[in-house]
Write a protein that binds this ligand. Structure first.
Ligand code: BGC
Length: 769
C-alpha cells in the first residue's frame, strides 16, 4: 500500500473511505500521551472490521499462560495491557437511523493526523438509508498537559433535510482483549452513575485490583449557541450514557463537546478516585475545547523544538520520520519510572504492551538525545527496580549467587514469555540492559546512576554471564551453548557471536566500573560489595572468561560467524528468492526457516554497530557485505541498524533504501501487519538511522562526533539533539554543516575528525566538500 496516505510534511492524510484498510488506519492514526492511548476507532457506531482499543499505561492483567507443551521454568502468566473503557463513543441517530459508516454511503471522507499540534480530525458526508445526508466533522486529542484528559468535538450538519438528531455520548466498559488466552473478560464493574450531562463508570481488573474510573461530561451547541435539551439516562452493566434529541432544520449544525477523564488507582487513592476523575472532567469542560487545544498545540510545539528532524527535498522521508517521532513522544514521556514502552505502544494489543530489550537497544538512544536526562534515567531505574525479580528469574532456571536474567517480556519484572527457545535462550537481552547503562553514562557524562544503581545491575548480569558460559576442554575456550541470538530465525545455536561478544563486554565494563569506583569512591564500592556479597575471586573468574572466550570466525571470508554452524547451511541470497516467498515468516514452515540461512534481523551487525570502535573499516565492510544480502528484515528492528552501518561504510544508496523502509514501515505497511498496531519501538531505530546513520553522530571520550553525509535525494537534513546541557540544531547539506547552539552551554565537538569549540548560543559552520 505504498503511499496510500497522502504525502505531507506534517500530516498523515487518508482520503476516501476504504473499509478494507480501516484497521490499518486505526493503528496509524492512534493517539496517546504517555499515560493512556487509543486506536483511531470512530466515535459513532461502526459495524465493519475494527479493533477497538483504549489502553491505560501500566494497567495490565496476568492472563494465564497458554502453551501446547508445558516446560519447567515457563511463567504462569502473560501480562497484557488491558483494553479499557471505550470513552470516545457517541451514538448518532438521524431520524431514528443509526449512523454507521459500514451501512451508509460515504463521500468526501478524510482523516488527518495533525502531528504538529497533536490532534486527529475526520470529516465525511454520509447518506443514510432513508436518504438523509449529513456532514460530520470530528476532532479529538489526548491531552499532553493533563494526563487524564481526552476531548472530542463532534459536529453534524444536516445537508438535505430537516428532522431529528439523537446524540448519545457514552462510556462502555464491555470491552475485550482480542489476544485473551481463554476468551475471558478482564474487568468487573465496581460502580457507575449517570445524571444529566455527566456519567462515570469505575471498573476493577479481575486480578491485581487495578481500578480505572472514567468520567464524562459534555456540552451541546446548535449553530454556535449553547443548548441544553432534556437528557435521557441509560445504564447497564459497565455502561452509562446520556441521550439528547434535537430537532434541526436543513443546514443547522449541532456540535457535541465531550470531555473525558480516565484515572487509575495507580495514581490516586481508591476512595478518592471517582471524585477526582469527575472533577478533572468537569474542569476540562469549564476550560473548554479551544483552550485545551491551545495547550495541546503549545505542548507539541515544545516537543518538536527538542526532537524534530527536518528533511528538505523528500516529503516521503520527512513524513516518515515525523510520524515516528510523533508516535514515540505520545507513547512515553518519562514522567513515571514505573512505566515502559511496549513494542506497539498504545496502537494495538500484539506483544501485550510488555517491556522488551527494544527499550534499551533502540528507545534509550532516542530519548537520550531528544529529552531531558530524567527520561532515560527513569527507563534505567525501571530495570533497577526489577533487579530482585531478575535474580529470582535466573534462580528459577538454576543460576545462583545473585546472577540476574532479565525477562524477555515483562510488566513487573517477572518473565511472561513462554517459548523455550526465546524465554530461556534469547539471553542477549541481558547484555542490552547492561549496554544501556554504558550508553547513558557515555552520552550524559552523569555517573550518579551508575554508582548508585547501575553497578549493582551490572554485577548481577555479569554473574549470569559467568555462570552461563561453559569451559570447553576440546576448544580450550569458554563457549556459550544453546542460545538464540537477535536473529530469531535460528534457535538453540552454539556460540552466537553477538551473545558471546556482549557477554564478555558486559563483564569487562563491570570490571572497569568497579576499578573506577575503587579509585574514586572506595567506600561506596565496599558498601555495594557487602550488599551483594561480592567476592574478589569473581573478578579473576570474569577476567579469565573474557580472555578465553571463543568467537566463531570464518577466516577465509574474514567475517565473524553468526554461530558455529552457520556456514553449514545452504548459502542463498535474499535477491535470489522467489518474491512470492517473502515474507518467509508468512509463507514458509518454521522448520524451513530455521534450516535456512536467512536472517530475520541484524545479529552480527548488531554487535558491530554497538562495538564499531573495535573494528576497522575493512572488517565492518566485509561483515556487512556478507550479512546484508542474507537478511530478510522481518523484524522492524533490523533496517535501521543496516542503515547506520551502510552509512558508515559509504554504501549510501543502501543506507537510503534501508532508511525509507524503516521510516515508512507502518505508513506503507511493508510487513503487512500494521493492522495489529504500529512498530513503536522500532520507530526509535528510524530516528537512530537518521541521527547515527546520516548524521554519523557518536559520543566518544565525552566528545560529540559528527560525520554527516546526505542522501542524493535530499537537499538538506537537520535534527535537534540535547547534549550535556546544549540544545543543538544540526543542519547539513552536501556542502556544509551548520550547528546552532540554542542554549547557553558551550560544547566541544568533532566533525570529520576536526575539533571545534561551540559557544553557548553560538553558530558553527563547517565546509563538507
Ligand atoms: C523481534 C525481537 C523484538 C520483538 C518485539 C521480535 O519480532 O525479533 O527482537 O524484541 O519482536 O519488538
Amino acid at each position: 500500500m505504498k503511499h496510500y496516505y497522502e504525502l505531507d510534511e506534517w500530516n498523515i492524510i487518508e482520503k476516501g473511505f476504504n473499509a478494507c484498510n480501516n484497521e490499518i488506519s486505526e493503528s496509524i492514526f492512534s493517539l496517546g500521551n504517555g499515560f493512556m492511548g487509543q486506536r483511531a476507532n470512530f466515535e459513532e457506531a461502526y459495524s465493519g472490521n475494527s479493533l477497538s482499543g483504549n489502553y491505560i499505561a501500566g494497567v495490565y492483567y496476568p492472563d494465564k499462560t497458554r502453551v501446547g507443551w508445558w516446560k519447567n521454568g515457563y511463567p504462569e502468566y502473560f501480562a497484557k495491557v488491558l483494553n479499557s473503557t471505550n470513552w470516545i463513543g457517541i451514538n448518532i441517530k438521524v431520524n431514528d437511523i443509526t449512523l454507521d459508516l459500514a451501512k451508509c454511503s460515504v463521500r468526501e471522507f478524510k482523516r488527518v493526523l495533525n502531528m504538529k499540534e497533536g490532534y486527529l480530525k475526520r470529516s465525511f458526508v454520509a447518506t443514510l438509508e432513508n436518504g438523509n445526508e449529513i456532514e460530520v466533522n470530528a476532532k479529538r486529542f489526548i491531552s499532553m498537559t493533563r494526563s487524564e484528559i481526552g476531548v472530542i468535538k463532534y459536529s453534524i450538519r444536516l445537508l438535505n433535510f430537516s428532522g431529528k438528531l439523537e446524540v448519545s455520548p457514552y462510556l462502555d466498559g464491555n470491552v475485550v482483549n482480542c489476544d485473551s488466552n481463554y476468551d475471558e473478560t478482564f474487568w468487573d464493574e465496581t460502580s457507575k452513575g449517570a445524571k444529566p450531562y455527566e456519567a462515570y463508570v469505575m471498573l476493577k481488573t479481575k486480578k491485581l485490583d487495578f481500578h480505572v474510573c472514567t468520567s464524562m461530561t459534555f456540552q451541546l451547541t446548535k449553530n454556535g449557541e449553547i443548548i441544553k435539551p432534556i437528557v435521557t439516562l441509560n445504564e447497564s452493566e459497565k455502561y452509562v450514557s446520556n441521550t439528547v434529541s434535537v430537532d434541526c432544520y436543513k443546514n443547522d449544525e449541532l456540535v457535541i463537546y465531550k470531555y473525558v477523564a480516565n484515572s487509575s488507582s495507580r495514581y490516586y487513592k481508591l476512595q478518592e478516585l471517582i471524585k477526582i476523575t469527575r472533577e478533572l472532567a468537569s474542569i476540562a469542560k469549564k476550560d473548554g475545547f479551544e483552550m485545551l487545544l491551545e495547550e495541546q498545540s503549545k505542548s507539541w510545539s515544545e516537543k518538536w523544538r527538542e526532537s524534530d528532524i527536518v528533511i528538505k527535498g523528500d516529503v516521503s522521508a520527512q513524513q516518515g520520520i515525523r510520524f515516528n517521532i510523533f508516535q514515540l513522544n505520545q507513547t512515553y514521556t518519562g514522567e513515571d519510572y514505573r512505566l515502559n514502552i511496549g513494542p506497539k505502544g498504545f496502537t494495538g494489543e500484539k506483544y501485550g504492551g510488555g517491556t522488551y530489550w527494544d527499550t534499551e537497544a533502540y528507545c534509550i538512544p532516542f530519548y537520550l538525545s531528544t529529552a531531558k536526562e530524567k527520561v532515560s534515567k527513569n527507563l534505567l531505574l525501571y530495570r533497577y527496580n526489577q533487579l530482585g525479580k531478575a535474580i529470582e528469574n535466573a534462580k528459577k532456571l538454576g543460576f545462583k549467587d545473585g546472577a540476574a536474567l532479565y525477562p524477555m517480556v515483562t510488566m513487573n519484572g517477572e518473565e511472561c514469555h513462554n517459548e523455550w527457545e526465546i524465554t530461556f535462550e534469547e539471553i542477549h537481552r541481558n547484555g542490552a540492559i547492561a549496554y544501556a547503562i554504558y550508553n547513558y553514562v557515555n552520552y550524559t557524562g552523569d555517573k550518579s546512576y551508575l554508582y548508585e544503581f547501575g553497578l549493582e545491575v551490572l554485577i548481577a548480569i555479569s554473574r549470569f554471564w559467568a555462570q552461563r558460559a561453559t569451559f570447553s576442554s576440546k576448544k580450550n575456550k569458554y563457549v556459550i551453548l544453546g542460545v538464540t541470538g537477535p536473529n530469531e530465525y535460528e534457535n538453540n545455536v552454539n556460540n552466537n557471536w553477538y551473545t558471546n561478544k556482549i557477554a564478555c563486554w558486559t563483564m569487562q565494563y563491570t570490571l572497569n566500573v568497579i576499578n573506577s569506583l575503587n579509585e574514586h569512591q572506595g567506600k561506596t564500592l565496599d558498601e555495594l560489595k557487602s550488599k551483594v556479597n561480592f567476592k574478589d575471586d569473581e573478578i579473576i573468574n570474569w577476567k579469565n572468561i573474557i580472555k578465553n572466550m571463543y568467537y566463531p570466525l570464518d577466516e577465509e571470508l574474514g567475517i565473524f560467524l553468526q554461530q558455529d554452524g552457520y556456514m553449514d547451511k545452504e548459502q542463498i541470497l535474499v535477491k535470489d528468492l522467489d518474491k512470492k516467498n517473502i515474507p518467509i515468516n508468512q509463507n514458509w514452515s518454521w522448520d524451513r526457516i530455521l534450516r535456512s540461512c536467512f536472517i530475520k534481523q541484524a545479529d552480527v551487525l548488531q554487535g558491530i554497530y554497538l562495538f564499531e570502535q573495535e573494528y576497522d573499516m575493512a572488517t565492518i565492510k566485509r561483515n556487512f557485505d556478507f550479512y546484508e544480502p542474507r537478511t530478510v528484515h522481518e523484524s522492524s528492528l533490523s533496517p535501521c541498524i543496516h542503515t547506520i552501518l551502510a552509512a558508515k561504510i559509504g554504501n549510501h544508496e543502501k543506507a537510503y533504501d534501508m532508511y525509507l523502509r524503516a521510516s515508512r514501515l507502518d505508513l506503507d505497511n511493508y510487513n503487512n501487519d500494521t493492522k495489529d498496531g504500529c512498530h513503536t519501538t522500532s520507530m526509535a531505530g528510524t530516528w537512530m538511522a537518521v541521527v547515527h546513520g546520516f548524521g554519523g553522530l557518536r559520543v566518544i571520550n565525552n566528545k560529540l562526533i559528527l560525520n554527516p553525509f546526505i542522501p542524493d535525494h535530499w537537499c538538506s537534513c537537520s535534527f535537534k539533539i540535547m547534549f550535556r546541557g546544549a540544545l543543538l540544531n544540526i543542519k547539513f547539506t552536501k556542502e556544509t554543516l551548520q550547528i546552532q547552539n540554542e542554549n547557553e552551554i558551550p560544547i566541544n565537538l568533532s566533525v570529520h575528525e576536526n575539533d571545534y569549540y561551540l559557544n553557548g548560543n553560538g553558530l558553527l559552520e563547517v565546509k563538507l566538500s
